[in-house]
Design a protein around this ligand. Structure first.
Ligand code: AMP
Ligand code: GLY
Length: 423
C-alpha cells in the first residue's frame, strides 16, 4: 500500500508517524515534507497546492491513497481532482471544504440550522461595517476576514478606534489579501476554548480526544496570534456532559446541515469551540486536522489510522473502532525568534539525534530542512516536542525536560503550555 501525504508541517509529521504504525505497513510519501519527515517518508518536491502536479505524481507512481492535509489544497479542490483520476483520498471535497474557506458560508449555515455561534453581520462595504460597529457600540467586538488567512484573519477590537483600524486593514489595506474583501463582524464570547477534531464519513461523527491550543506567541496569552504555540490533550474543560451537549447541538447538526446543503463532509472536521456561560458555541470550523492539535491527538490515538481512512472512504465509520489511550499528551512548539513576524532561517538545531528525534518522546518537525546530515531551521514554527504521560503533569514535565536541551539561535517557546488546566 502506498500513501501520499500532502503538506510539510508538524501535523503532517504526526500523521505520517501514526500511519507508519499501521498493520497495513504502508509505504509513505510526502509532498513536499521537511527535514524531519524525510526520516519517516520519501519526500517528493511538489508544492502542496500544485493540484495537477500531485495528481500526476499519484497516477504515475500508483498511490493507493492521498491524504490531503492543509487547507489550501482542500479549498482548491485537490480531493475532487484526485477522485476524478480514480485515486482514494482522505479529506473533504471542495464544496465541503468551504466550511473553513468561507466564514460567511459557515456562519450563514449555523444561523440557518440553529447551531450555536456568536451573532454576526456580514459586510462587503467598509463604510457600512464602520457604521455598524459605531452604532452597535459594544466592545470588544470581533472582526474576521471571510477567507483563508493562515489562521490569522481575526481581529479582536477593544474600542471603536481599534475596530475601525481593523476594518480598514482587512478591507482596504488587504493585510490578509483577497480573503478580506468580505468580513464577518461578530459578538465577543467568553469561556474556555476547546478544539475537537472528529472523523466524519458524511453520516457518522466520531470525535477524537479533545485538546487545547495556545494561539498567542507569548506566555499568558500575550503577543500576536500564531498558528499555535502548543497543545495539550485531553482538554479538562471538555467534560462528558459537555461532550454530550456538543454532539447533540453542534456535531450531528453540522454534518446533517452539510448534507442538506449538498456538501456532504468526509475527512476530519475540526470544531473550534468556546464553552460560554450559555453553553458550547462554535468559534470556527476547520475542514482538516489542526496544527498543533494533531500532534497530541495522534500521540493518543490507539486505533489503526489506515483502517479509519478505509472506513470513512467506504462510509462505514459507524462500524470502525476509534479509541484513545488513557493518560495525556502535551506538545510544546519551539519557534524562531521573531515569529509570527519575520525571523531568520538556516540556523543549526542542537540537541536532536541523527533522525531528528529525542529519546523518550516524539519530535514532530515543522520548519526544518536537512543539509549534509544537519537539521537547520526553515520556518517560524520549527519543532513540536510532544510527550505522553500518565497524566498532564507528567506529559508536560517530559516535554519541557526535552525542550530545555533542544534549541538554535534565537529559538523561543512558551513556558506556560497547559497551565490553565491546573487552576
Ligand atoms: P479563529 O481563527 O476563528 O479560530 O479565531 C482565532 C481566535 O480568536 C480564537 O481562538 C479565539 O480565541 C478568538 N475568537 C474568535 N472569535 C471569537 C469570538 N466571537 N469571541 C471571542 N473570541 C473569539
Ligand atoms: N491550531 C489551529 C489550526 O490548525 O487552525
Amino acid at each position: 500500500m502506498k500513501i501520499l501525504v500532502i503538506g510539510s508541517g508538524g501535523r503532517e509529521h504526526a500523521i505520517i508517524r501514526k500511519l507508519k504504525e499501521s498493520r497495513h505497513q504502508p509505504e509513505i510519501f510526502c509532498a513536499p515534507g521537511n527535514g524531519g519527515i524525510a526520516a519517516d517518508a520519501t519526500c517528493v518536491a511538489i508544492n502542496a497546492i500544485d493540484v495537477e502536479g500531485i495528481v500526476n505524481f499519484a497516477k504515475e507512481n500508483a498511490m493507493d491513497w492521498v491524504f490531503v492535509t492543509p487547507d489550501d489544497p482542500l479549498a482548491a479542490g485537490m480531493v475532487d481532482a484526485l477522485n476524478e483520476a480514480g485515486i482514494k483520498t482522505f479529506g473533504p471535497r471542495k464544496l465541503a471544504a468551504e466550511i473553513e474557506s468561507s466564514k460567511v458560508f459557515s456562519k450563514n449555515m449555523m444561523k440557518q440550522f440553529g447551531i450555536p455561534t456568536a451573532s454576526y453581520e456580514v459586510f462587503t462595504d467598509p463604510a457600512k461595517a464602520m457604521e455598524y460597529v459605531e452604532s452597535n457600540g459594544q466592545f470588544p467586538i470581533v472582526i474576521k476576514a471571510d477567507g483563508l488567512a493562515l489562521g490569522k484573519g481575526v481581529i479582536i477590537a477593544n474600542s471603536l478606534e481599534e475596530a475601525k483600524d481593523g476594518i480598514h486593514e482587512i478591507m482596504e489595506d488587504k493585510i490578509f489579501g483577497e480573503s478580506g474583501s468580505q468580513i464577518v463582524v461578530e459578538e465577543f464570547l467568553t469561556g474556555p476554548e476547546v478544539s475537537v477534531l472528529a472523523f466524519v464519513d458524511g453520516e457518522t461523527v466520531k470525535p477524537m480526544v479533545s485538546s487545547m491550543d495556545h494561539k498567542r506567541a507569548l506566555d499568558g496569552d500575550k503577543g500576536l496570534n500564531t498558528g499555535g504555540m502548543g497543545t495539550i490533550a485531553p482538554n479538562p474543560f471538555y467534560t462528558e456532559e459537555v461532550a454530550r451537549q456538543c454532539m447533540e447541538t453542534i456535531f450531528l447538526p453540522t454534518v446533517k446541515a452539510m448534507n442538506e446543503l449538498g456538501r456532504s463532509f468526509s475527512g476530519c472536521l475540526y470544531f473550534g469551540l468556546m464553552l460560554t456561560p450559555k453553553g458550547p458555541y462554535v468559534i470556527e470550523y476547520n475542514c482538516r486536522f489542526g496544527d498543533p492539535e494533531t500532534q497530541v491527538v495522534m500521540e493518543l490515538l490507539d486505533s489503526d489510522l489506515v483502517d479509519i481512512m478505509d472506513a470513512i472512504w467506504n462510509k462505514k465509520l459507524a462500524d470502525c473502532p476509534v479509541s484513545f489511550r488513557n493518560g495525556a499528551a502535551a506538545c510544546v512548539i519551539i519557534a524562531s525568534g521573531g515569529y509570527p513576524k519575520s525571523y531568520k532561517k538556516g540556523c543549526a538545531i542542537n540537541g536532536l539525534d541523527e533522525k531528528g528525534q529525542y529519546e523518550g518522546l516524539s519530535i514532530y518537525h515543522a520548519g526544518t530542512k536537512l543539509e549534509q546530515g544537519k537539521f537547520l531551521t526553515s520556518g517560524g514554527r520549527v519543532l513540536g516536542v510532544t510527550a505522553r504521560g500518565a497524566d498532564l503533569r507528567e506529559a508536560l514535565d517530559k516535554a519541557y525536560d526535552a525542550v530545555e536541551h533542544i534549541g538554535f539561535e534565537n529559538s523561543f517557546y512558551r513556558k506556560d503550555i497547559g497551565t490553565k488546566c491546573f487552576k
